[in-house]
Design a protein around this ligand. Structure first.
Ligand SMILES: Nc1ncnc2c1ncn2[C@@H]1O[C@H](COP(=O)(O)OP(=O)(O)OP(=O)(O)O)[C@@H](O)[C@H]1O
Length: 226
């Protein structure tokens, strides 16, 4: 039986108002796998992730999430997106508030107060990332590693099956990188699909099952780890 990929690109070409920045990209990521997406500055990693999330419309080809073309995909609670920490600015919010905001897409109707399920999922995500003790601290006052854990917990609070992380270890001290890598490996061991955008494998390297490499908008390598 063929497996429905968690995320797939089929002959994607993307231009952002100029020459293509992604050309004829195809791959399919199986559920429960852990994949690194590599490439140098400007190689197209962020554009590819934005296209997979339906934020950028391709010139040609298509992207799909759990077998549904991204333009028709509605079940966004299945996806957790962790943006680059340095691109995130959060003032005057505590860690607990940031993580609880990860439940908003799950609330029905949207304006209802957080219910027990929301509080449980928030507590579970804080616990899983080892930051329960920081819940009342201001996000902006935390270390880089603690902020990154908070952003991952926010994504996890929605109980996603697929986590897409943009440079999850960037700007974090080496010791924190190691412990964060172990936490991400544990999230994968639970059966989640992880797609991490990376400049270099670093401490995540040993956990990765597959490496996709972009160079100047082309997929130049798709390697399964030994
Ligand atoms: N909004 C935009 N309009 C036009 N070109 C863009 C836009 N955003 C990015 N680009 C160009 O698209 C190419 C790919 O950029 P992208 O940000 O996807 O690369 P990246 O691999 O994520 O780089 P980095 O590691 O530096 O974040 C680059 O040449 C960039 O200059």
């Amino acid at each position: 039986m063929p497996v429905t990929p968690a995320v797939a690109a089929d002959d994607l070409t993307v231009a952002l108002g100029g020459p293509p920045v992604l050309r004829e990209i195809s791959f399919a990521i199986d559920p429960a796998s852990y994949v690194g997406l590599f490439g140098g500055n400007g190689s197209g990693k962020t554009t590819l992730v934005r296209t997979l999330l339906g934020l950028v419309r391709p010139e040609a080809g298509s992207a799909s999430l759990f077998g549904t073309p991204v333009g028709k995909f509605r079940n966004w609670s299945r996806i957790g997106y962790v943006p680059q920490r340095t691109a995130v600015s959060i003032d005057a919010a505590t860690v607990g508030e940031v993580v609880a905001s990860g439940r908003l897409a799950r609330r029905r109707p949207f304006f209802l107060r957080a219910g027990r399920a929301d509080r449980e999922a928030t507590d579970e995500a804080l616990d899983r990332l080892g930051i329960s003790g920081l819940a009342d601290r201001e996000f902006a006052a935390l270390s880089g590693g603690q902020q990154q854990r908070t952003l991952i917990a926010r994504a996890l609070a929605g109980r996603p099956e697929l986590l897409i992380l943009d440079e999850p270890l960037a700007g974090i001290d080496v010791e924190s990188q190691e412990s964060l890598a172990a936490t991400l490996a544990a999230l994968h061991d639970d059966g989640r699909t992880l797609l991490a955008v990376l400049h270099e494998p670093g401490p995540l390297g040993p956990s990765l099952q597959r490496r996709l490499v972009l160079d100047q908008g082309r997929l130049v390598a798709d390697e399964v780890s030994a």
